[in-house]
Design a protein around this ligand. Sequence first.
Ligand code: GTP
Ligand code: MG
Length: 224
Amino acid sequence: MQSPVPEGDFLAAGHWLFAQGCDFVLGVVSLSGLPTDNAMEIAFAGRSNVGKSSLLNGLTGRKNLARTSNTPGRTQELNFFRLAPNRPGGPWLVDMPGYGYARESKNKIAAWNELLTTYLRGRANLRRVFVLIDSRHGLKANDMAMLDDLDVTAVVYQIVLTKADKISAADQERVVADTKARLVKRPAAYPDVILTSSETGLGLDELRGTVATLVDLNAIGYKA
Ligand code: GTP
Ligand code: MG
């Protein structure tokens, strides 16, 4: 479903959407626990410690909505947050456990991977996966494996570069260009890359606006 919002207005729409509030609703540890209400889902994936939970907090303007940590592996469930909880049709924002975290037991890692892959493969209402990449490091092997998975399952994904405050303006430009170049031949990749910092707020308006283009704003009650 295309958004009714003309391109120039997407920032205003994003601002409005995220001003409607956001609630944590449930943490899912197995497929049987996934919500069944058919609302749109927008997921945030990425390596452990890349800044997924911080980004959710930044987007919603809430310091402690999603738990963040210096210790990788903080988020251990699929956490479902309802955006615009007081309006019909508010979408789910899904904070995913990070991949590439080696310090957990093999069994636990296998169980998470199973949950993640099955979730990504089977979710009809999953509108887009934002794959977060640390702008200091760029795409690594396990990121590429994640993108391969998403290409196979044809879930549209978009790269969001995080922690841009930690690199120079020149490096920011370079990592955006490099990342875009590596997406060209990937069938399910959205071509635009969003550069963000949860610290400074860089790129958060653009990301909010992008989320707004993915949901049915009329149903949620937005009047342009
Ligand atoms: P897991 O849940 O373990 O997968 O991690 P996560 O991807 O949710 O990362 P989280 O948001 O918990 O952030 C990890 C660490 O990076 C924390 O110490 C954050 O404060 C820090 N961090 C996150 N985003 C930014 C950012 O934009 N800039 C800077 N400088 N630090 C950040
Ligand atoms: Mg987290």
